[in-house]
Unconditional design. Structure first.
Length: 93
């Protein structure tokens, strides 16, 4: 079973602060993936969403929780993560 992490930017967080932390977040997710972490995809939503501003897809809940625990967006208090288990139906391309 895969997991999805929805990130909601915490109320009152300034966009400039997010942009300041983004290089550390980017280095973190690149390292996580390179080290074999089960990160499949991640990114922001293109339209504002009050419940989530970005998401990540992981091969397991364990990897999702491990990712969240070290992500600078979370550790520096900018985003609140919500981990959901996901049981997708896959279709052949």
């Amino acid at each position: 079973m895969e997991s999805v992490v929805l990130y909601r930017v915490r109320e009152g967080v300034d966009r400039a602060r997010i942009l300041e932390v983004y290089p550390r977040h980017q280095a973190y997710y690149q390292s996580f993936r390179a080290d074999g972490g089960g990160l499949v995809a991640l990114g922001p939503f293109l339209t504002p969403d009050p419940t989530a501003s970005s998401m990540g897809l992981f091969t397991s809940r364990q990897d999702a929780e491990r990712f969240v625990a070290g992500d600078p967006f979370v550790t520096e208090g900018l985003a609140e993560p919500h981990v959901l288990d996901w049981d997708p139906v896959r279709f052949e391309p």
